[in-house]
Design a protein around this ligand. Structure first.
Ligand SMILES: Cc1cc2nc3c(=O)[nH]c(=O)nc-3n(C[C@H](O)[C@H](O)[C@H](O)COP(=O)(O)O)c2cc1C
Length: 184
């Protein structure tokens, strides 16, 4: 059992004073302790515009049927486009693609201009050199507070050898192997 001193040590960061209003600084800092990969989610909108957004909210959901999810801020410039498109591609970035993460997280009029890609399901761009990609049909769009959650059914996927780009504590990292548990 934790002593009072131990538990004080564990929770010594800033805390919310009001149980109904989470301290946003604490929340952001705590969420940043959860390391993720980095993806660029792309689409082609019904009126032919290409969109791309850096997203670390991507995760796998189900193998059978094959489902993945990611969330997009309601205030994003690309929100209407992803909502209307009915399909998207998730591009998983390798460490050599850090500049692409910065590129797609900075607002621009035409984010795909000058970026090597091919066109996947529904015309969603597949970024050349990505570590993996998932071409998806949008299955559901779920309310997620100031974000919406997109669930997609995977239609096509690919992967290649390389090191994944890791995002944690507000910065970019390379994964270091501690123990090999599953070989794939
Ligand atoms: C590492 C990283 C991860 C991000 N993850 C997300 C995310 O999951 N969802 C989101 O809406 N924005 C995320 N962002 C912010 C968007 O990439 C950024 O707001 C972008 O400008 C949105 O594109 P848009 O303005 O063209 O819609 C992330 C940014 C970075 C650097």
């Amino acid at each position: 059992m934790a002593t009072a001193a131990t538990s004080h040590h564990i929770t010594s960061h800033r805390q919310s004073t009001d149980s109904t209003t989470m301290d946003k600084v604490l929340l952001r800092r705590a969420m940043g302790r959860f390391a993720t990969g980095v993806t660029v989610v792309t689409t082609r909108t019904p009126d032919g515009k290409y969109e791309g957004v850096t997203a670390n909210s991507f995760n796998t959901v189900s193998l059978d049927p094959p489902l993945v999810l990611w969330s997009l801020g309601r205030n994003s410039a690309s929100f209407e486009g992803f909502h209307a498109a009915k399909h998207f591609t998730v591009n998983v970035l390798g460490i050599g693609q850090l500049p692409l993460s910065r590129h797609f997280s900075t607002p621009k009029l035409d984010k795909l201009a000058g970026i090597d890609h091919t066109l996947g399901h529904g015309g969603s761009p597949v970024l050349t050199g990505s570590l993996a990609h998932f071409e998806c049909e949008t299955k559901s769009i779920i309310d997620g507070g100031d974000h919406v959650i997109f669930i997609g059914r995977v239609i096509n996927a690919s992967c290649r050898e390389g090191d994944p780009l890791v995002f944690a504590k507000g910065g970019y990292h390379r994964a270091v192997t501690l123990v090999e548990e599953i070989t794939s």
